[in-house]
Design a protein around this ligand. Structure first.
Ligand code: CTP
Ligand code: CA
Length: 226
């Protein structure tokens, strides 16, 4: 019932959200990943659906159920995620890149399980495509929202990412904060907009924070006609 009492400010809009970590395979039994729980991205998708958007959630491997009213596409690697996002990009109005995408992947995926040997070992890594940057380069009117997980110099790095990736907003959080960040149900963030917006939120449950972040973005977009 609550679902229908929302103001539906995104009715008729298509919102694409990415969430969770990616997995980069080493061999049939091993992979590289990170601590992303997917909670923030799933909360963003739920908030978009509550506002009446057609919401596509492109998710790395997490153990969360799909929010009500959201179409979910599960992916594994950064490359899978790139392909899934690009397939949704042309008619998207908002793309929210909450996913913690691997920056590197093993140069070769071994087809057999690697056997241990005497002494140390190394895995050669190569860069993945920066999905947000790619979206920024190909932007045709979509509103692009990135996240930035930082342990230091949060504002500076977030603003750098905003500019470098041609994003409209970057939502930054300090992942060293013990009561916020990766696996927590709460988060404390600052949103930076390319038009100079800088707004810090108090520590909030991720679902509540997601609603407020989307609210701020919708208001900004109403004011800055594009
Ligand atoms: N991102 C992406 N594709 C990648 C890496 C990052 O789309 N291969 C996106 C993330 O989804 C996020 C934003 O870029 O929205 C910032 O991610 P982050 O890891 O904080 O920044 P990086 O640019 O990867 O820089 P670094 O990890 O060196 O801080
Ligand atoms: Ca990164």
């Amino acid at each position: 019932a609550d679902f229908f009492q929302q103001s539906h400010k995104l009715k008729g809009k298509k919102v694409v959200v990415t969430a969770g970590p990616t997995r980069e395979r080493i061999d049939p039994v091993r992979f590289l990943t990170n601590f992303s729980s997917g909670k923030m991205g799933y909360a963003m998708a739920q908030a978009a659906a509550e506002q009446g958007a057609e919401t596509i959630l492109i998710s790395g491997p997490v153990s969360l159920p799909a929010p009500e009213g959201v179409t979910r596409i599960m992916v594994e690697s950064a490359e899978d995620m790139l392909n899934a996002v690009m397939a949704q990009y042309d008619d998207a109005d908002y793309v929210i890149k909450t996913a913690a995408v691997a920056d590197y992947r093993p140069q070769t995926i071994h087809s057999q399980k690697m056997k241990k040997q005497e002494g140390a070992s190394t895995i050669e890594l190569e860069r993945t495509v920066d999905i947000l940057q790619h979206l920024g380069n190909e932007k045709k009117g979509q509103v692009l929202i990135g996240f930035a997980a930082e342990t230091n110099n949060v504002a500076q790095y977030a603003k750098d990412k905003l500019a470098r990736k041609n994003a409209d907003y970057i939502i930054a959080n300090d992942v060293t904060e013990s009561e916020a960040g990766f696996n927590s149900d709460n988060n404390r963030v600052t949103i930076f907009g390319k038009n100079g917006l800088e707004q810090t939120f108090e520590l909030l449950p991720k679902q509540e924070l997601a609603r407020r972040l989307l609210q701020v973005i919708i208001e900004q977009e109403e004011n800055h006609d594009r």
